[in-house]
Structure formats: C-alpha cells, structure tokens
Design a protein around this ligand. Structure first.
Ligand code: TRP
Length: 470
C-alpha cells in the first residue's frame, strides 16, 4: 500500500541526486565553522572522539530512520507523520514531531543565514587582499569590526536569505544536484590544500595532538554527560541535518529501489571527513599564530585568513574558499526551509513561490535577533562548562542542537523501532533480517533513545539531585 504512495513534489532524477542533495544539506557551516569552534570550546580530542562515537551509534541509525519515514510517507514531515501514524494505528499527535521540526528549522535557518552572511562578507575581504601578511591581532580586528556593526550583518543576512529563497522557490531539485556535484569536490580539494599549508606550520603536530589525543586529566574536571556528551551529540544531529525533517523531506523524493543504508553511510562518511579535514586545517594555524582555541564562533574567521595571507596564491585560495563555503551553506540552508514550504504548498494551497516568500520572511525576521546578539544585545552566560558570549544567538543554537534536534531524533527512533511494524521497516530498508538490519534496529531501539534520555536527565541535573553522579 505505502509503496504506491508518490510525492506531489516529484522524485529525484537518479540515485546520486539524493545522495548529492542530502550531502549538500549535511555539509555546511556545521562542519567547517561549528565543528572546529565547539571542539576548541570543549577542549579538543575527547570531544572529537565522543562526537565520532555519536555519529556512528546514534547519528547514522537515526539518519536511516528519518529517510525511511520520509520515503514511506512521501509528504512534508508534518503530513508524513500524520499519515504513517494513521497507517500504523497510532495517535495523530505524531504530527507534532513535524511541527517541532518546522520550528527548529526556522530557528536554525535564522541564525545560519547570519553566519553564512559572514562567509559572503569574507569573500570580499579576502578577495581584496586585506589579509596579506595579517597577524592574529589584525584578523581579530577585522572580524570584530564586522560583527559589531549590525547594519553590515543585516545587509549580508538579507543577501543570503534572498539567495536561499530564490532557490527554494524554484523547487530544490533542479539546481541543487549540479551545484553539489561540482562544488563539493572542489571544497574537498581546497580543504586538502589547506591541510597541506597547515602541515608546513610550526605547530602542526600540536594541532593534531589537540584534535586526536585525548587529555584525560582535563576530562576528569568535567561532567562527562552534560559537558562533553551533550554538545557532541548536538553536533552530530546538527552536522548530519537530522532530527527536524530536512532529511525526511529529501527522503520523500527518494525512489523505492534506492538503498537507504548505502545512502546513509555515504552521506555520513562525506560529512565526517569534511569536518575532520576542517579541524586539521584550522588548529595548527590557531596554535602557530597564538589564537585562543576556545575563542567561540569567530574561530575560523580569525584563523584561516592569516593562513591565506601567508601561503602562496593565498588571495586566490582564500577567496575561492569562502565562495565554496558560501555554496556549502547555501545547499544546507535550502534544506532548512524545505519542510515548511512543502507543508504550506500541501495544506494551504499556496504556490511554491508564495510559500517560500512567506517562510523566508519569517526566517529573516527571526534572524534580526541573531544580528543584534553580536553587538547591542550581547550578553554572556555559562553552558556546559563554557562561557557563551553571544546571548540569544547561543540560546537559539543550544535550544535547537542540544534540545529540539535530539528530541526529534528520539521520537523518530521510538516511532520506527518501537511503534512501526517490524515488517514495515524491513520492507523499507531492504536488508532482509540480516545482521546489519538487527544492528540498526538495536541502535534505534536502545542506544539512541536511552542515550538521549540519559544525557537529558544528566543535563537537567536530575542525576546529581538524586546522588547518582557527583
Ligand atoms: N547540517 C548542516 C550543516 O552542518 C546544517 C543543516 C541543514 C541542518 N539542515 C539541517 C541542521 C537540518 C539540522 C537540521 O551546516
């Protein structure tokens, strides 16, 4: 029955189209901007190690579950959850999962667009040769000048949001495939060039050790669950684009014959590789030029330009880098808007253009809060043992990555592994009742839900309260 369902929004033109689009969604600022700065804030290798475990044991299984649900439902996440819940004889309140995803999508998009705006701004700053022979003090000054000027941030945020709205209003499937097919490999090669430069710096090995050799003494000072595991899990959700329906909607255009398992592993491997390369490129520069690894969301904008100012053809490579990063952010932002837009088209009978314009305006307005978080409205607070300095921006980021996405993932895991008929999931995954299928089921049935629940209980201090941990 469900195999006959088809999407009113069409299907991908080939199997690779899905992998490319989903990888385009996954690879973005999360890998190159967020991963390095969180790693720096959280002290390095222990965080990286826990992050990798989260990707493997929670991220990939939920990625598979989300694609599975999307393909079976073939509608916007809200309507998909509604339809599947009905089909499996469950409460229609499951559609609330779709609603939470739409809300998370708007919040993430709102600040994502502001940060992507910094990337666009840096195309011009690097392109004009501003960073030739720059040192850390100078690159910091340029960055602070940008973020302390709300008018500049507003202009770039508006530019980026318009770019996103234009693509989404035309339907995400046409241009996306081509863009990702060429730009992703280019970004990958450029990251290799930067790793090559990092290898020539004095403190290359310091950077590598920082990223890959855990310092257990430092770990002992932290609350493992709340200070390391929670942000690492949040980053796994954020980076893989899971927990809000973005991957679900891409899955809804997926052909019935395509292998969900193969696709998921391909996407996750590409995503993780890009993050690791970004880390390897950035930390040697951070140490060589005496920057602070825990310097927060400006980390890549303060460190990489110094490298571009030093290396041969640096102005060229630097400009190209920020152009490609802008594209990577663009293909991610598109997927944040898509679930809301498809719902408006399905339920409110709106044209795609109108729906996108409306959604874009909501994201743009919310983005104003982030614009002001870096200047007039800045305030600081402590979270997971880290001082966060950018008020509402940090709250939006924490609320989505560390709360809404994991809850979304938890619900998807419960839905597919505990409530959907086992046969339905066997049908969709096409792995038969093999060991691989059983491993997936074990991960979504036990590891993902209990992992998320334990982390949450710890984070809200419940375990401390009842004396289970100190
Ligand atoms: N994964 C993207 C990145 O790393 C961001 C992103 C796109 C996202 N779509 C998402 C994050 C959906 C969470 C949910 O840049």
């Amino acid at each position: 029955m469900s195999a006959k369902r088809s999407s009113i929004h069409g299907q991908w033109s080939s199997r690779w189209a899905f992998i490319l689009a989903a990888t385009g969604s996954a690879v973005g600022l999360g890998n190159i901007w967020r991963f390095p700065y969180l790693t720096g804030e959280n002290g390095g290798a222990a965080f990286v190690l826990v992050y990798l475990i989260c990707v493997l044991m929670v991220g990939i299984p939920i990625l598979m579950a989300e694609i599975l649900v999307g393909r079976r439902g073939r509608q916007s996440p809200i309507n998909t959850m509604y339809a599947l819940a009905e089909e499996e004889g469950l409460s229609r309140y499951w559609s609330l999962l779709g609603w939470m995803g739409v809300a998370a999508g708007f919040i993430i998009l709102s600040y994502y667009s502001v940060i992507a705006g910094w990337t666009v701004a840096y195309i011009f700053r690097t392109g004009s040769g501003l960073f030739i022979d720059a040192d850390a003090t100078y690159s910091k000054k340029i960055f602070v000048e940008l973020i302390s000027d709300p008018e500049k941030l507003l202009a770039w945020h508006t530019t980026f949001m318009l770019m996103t709205v234009i693509v989404v209003s035309r339907g995400v499937k046409s241009g996306l495939e081509q863009a990702v097919r060429f730009l992703m490999p280019a970004l990958f090669i450029l990251l290799l060039v930067m790793v090559g430069y990092a290898m020539s710096t004095e403190k290359f090995m310091d950077g590598i050790n920082y990223l890959f050799v855990p310092n257990f003494e430092q770990l002992a000072e932290k609350n493992f669950f709340a200070d390391i595991l929670l942000p690492a899990l949040g980053q796994a959700f954020f980076s893989l684009s899971i927990g809000m329906g973005a991957i679900m909607i891409y899955g809804s255009y997926l052909s019935q014959r395509s292998s969900i398992t193969f696709n998921s592993f391909t996407i996750a491997i590409a995503d993780t590789t890009v993050a690791m390369l970004a880390g390897i490129a950035i930390f040697p520069i951070v140490f060589t030029y005496g920057l602070e690894p825990g310097g927060g969301p400006g980390l890549i904008f303060m460190s990489l330009p110094i490298a571009f100012g030093q290396m041969p053809f640096g102005t060229f490579f630097g400009t190209l880098f920020f152009v490609l990063l802008m594209f990577a952010a663009w293909t991610s932002a598109i997927s944040l808007l898509e679930p809301a837009v498809t719902w408006l088209v399905e339920n409110k009978n709106m044209s795609r253009v109108k729906a996108t314009a409306l959604a874009g305006v909501i994201g743009w307005l919310l983005g104003l809060i982030t614009v002001l978080s870096f200047n007039y409205w800045a305030f600081s607070f402590e979270f997971a043992g880290v001082v966060k300095e950018n008020g509402m921006f940090d709250i939006f980021d924490i609320l989505t990555s560390n709360v809404m996405l994991p809850i979304g993932g938890l619900l998807i895991a419960i839905f597919t592994a505990w409530l959907m008929a086992r046969k339905s999931t066997i049908d969709e995954l096409g792995l038969g009742d093999s060991l691989l299928y059983q491993s997936w089921r074990f991960a979504v049935r036990y590891i993902a839900p209990f992992g998320v629940i334990i982390i949450f209980l710890n984070a809200i201090g419940l375990f401390k309260l009842i004396g289970l941990v100190n």
